[in-house]
Unconditional design. Structure first.
Length: 94
């Protein structure tokens, strides 16, 4: 099997270590109340798949977009836009 781990079966990482990770939405459209699948590669090169949902109703994430995990809520990880998104949005408003 490739180095792919779903967080619920991974024994090598503490779930809190996922906080601060930048994830890429792989399947679905994440919006408040509707999680989507996302992935990230850890410092050991292992790929992890998690379910993510925006932390605020103002945000949504399409497939291929990136987000930052800020906390865990049960089996769902709450995400916010990553810094690249925020910088691009700020620059476009100037």
């Amino acid at each position: 099997m490739d180095n792919i781990y779903y967080h619920s079966i991974s024994k090598h990482n503490n779930k809190n270590s996922f906080i601060g990770q930048t994830v890429t939405i792989t399947t679905g459209h994440a919006e408040f109340g509707h999680p989507a699948e996302a992935k990230f590669q850890d410092q050991f090169g292992q790929m992890h798949y998690v379910m993510v949902e925006p932390d605020e109703a103002d945000y949504s994430f399409n497939e291929g977009s990136t987000a930052l995990i800020i906390r865990q809520d049960g089996e769902i990880y709450r995400v916010v836009p990553n810094i690249d998104y925020l910088l691009a949005k700020t620059r476009s408003q100037q």
